[in-house]
Design a protein around this ligand. Structure first.
Ligand code: NAG
Length: 328
């Protein structure tokens, strides 16, 4: 064979080999399943951002250490939507943040096998997680903020778990007193600073309360917050401190707008401003980052409204229960 022909054959051989490699690489690239990454598809592509939020759902696979640590209580491997970064949140439309907020609050992030209702069956009772690693044990302490006229949850905690319960409400006609064995009441509200309101209510930070009750080194087994929008002031204060590391369970009613919790069929538009949604989503995201997982959610039907964005009925007050999983 002439030298020139042999050279051509060699060139063709090299060319076909490299194109083969390229095709192989290309197929591997496009079939790469991002759901296999331990934290799921967190990095949204530019396209996902445009198609948001429909493209946001992803198959979630928990870190294997987490699954192992929770074998008995069975961690769900169902999809859990995470909240995007603040930068991305800030670029989203009003309708998108509204939809994301309600969607986020309509899915559990962890399975609790023994959800127990404490207190009244209807409004006033609260669902807590009684799975062994989260249930209140020994000399347990429960803080219950926002009572109105219903101590049924507070009383049930003492009866069923023998915990010490500290109840707080500045709005009711009752003075600070010991209500009974292990039952304490304080005419005091929770806020992000110690202050007295024009209405005369005394407000205190979580830290001040915990210090004055000499609970700084104790576990707060359950922290219940039903405080009519004050949660959006209180939670940032808690998240910026170390206190949530001592809280095992958080039971919160989230109120998305002022006066939302009062039944008022005339208040048809309960959509808070876009920026408030961004604020609320940022706080929910931080709770997730601090290892709190939603095991229970419930739309309070007294706060139902017709969303102008989705044209569906939503609730402006959602109760959620969260447990703190061990640090990753
Ligand atoms: C919580 O679980 C324990 C068993 O782990 C059980 O003895 C107890 O009755 C449960 N409490 C409630 C209120 O269901």
């Amino acid at each position: 064979m002439p030298v020139r022909l042999r050279r051509k054959a060699l060139l063709a051989y090299i060319l076909s080999l490299s194109s083969c490699c390229f095709i192989l690489w290309f197929f591997m690239f496009i079939s790469y399943d991002q759901s296999l990454s331990p934290l799921g598809r967190i990095d949204l592509t530019a396209e996902d951002r445009i198609n948001f939020p429909h493209e946001f759902e992803y198959k979630h696979s928990f870190k294997s250490s987490e699954s192992r640590a929770h074998e008995k209580s069975t961690v769900t491997t169902r999809g859990v939507g995470l909240i995007p970064s603040n930068a991305l949140l800030s670029s989203m439309q009003w309708s998108e943040v509204s939809e994301l907020y309600h969607k986020y609050l309509s899915a559990n992030q962890i399975v609790c096998q023994n959800v127990e209702r404490l207190g009244r069956v209807t409004d006033g009772g609260w669902d807590m997680c009684n799975d062994s690693q989260y249930s209140p044990k020994g000399q347990c302490i429960v803080y219950s903020f926002g009572i109105a006229d219903d101590f049924s949850f507070d009383n049930a905690v003492v009866e069923k778990f023998g915990c010490e319960v500290h109840s707080f409400d500045p709005s009711i006609d009752m003075q600070t007193k010991k209500r009974g064995d292990k039952k304490f009441f304080y005419k005091l509200g929770i806020a992000d600073s110690d202050r007295t309101l024009a209405s005369g209510w005394s407000m205190s930070r979580f830290e001040s309360i915990r210090a004055s009750l000499k609970h700084m080194k104790r576990t707060i087994n359950i922290l219940k917050l039903d405080i009519e929008e004050w949660e959006w002031e209180v939670l940032p204060d808690l998240l910026a401190s170390d206190h949530l590391k001592s809280v095992d369970q958080l039971l919160i009613e989230l109120h998305q707008c002022q006066g939302c919790s009062k039944y008022d069929p005339l208040q048809t538009d309960k959509e808070p401003p876009r920026d408030h949604y961004v604020h609320m989503l940022g706080i929910l995201s931080q709770l997730y980052q601090q290892n709190f997982r939603i095991f229970h959610h419930h739309d309070n039907s007294a706060c139902r409204y017709l969303s102008k964005f989705t044209m569906t009925e939503l609730s402006a007050c959602v109760e959620i229960g969260l447990v703190r999983i061990p640090a990753q």
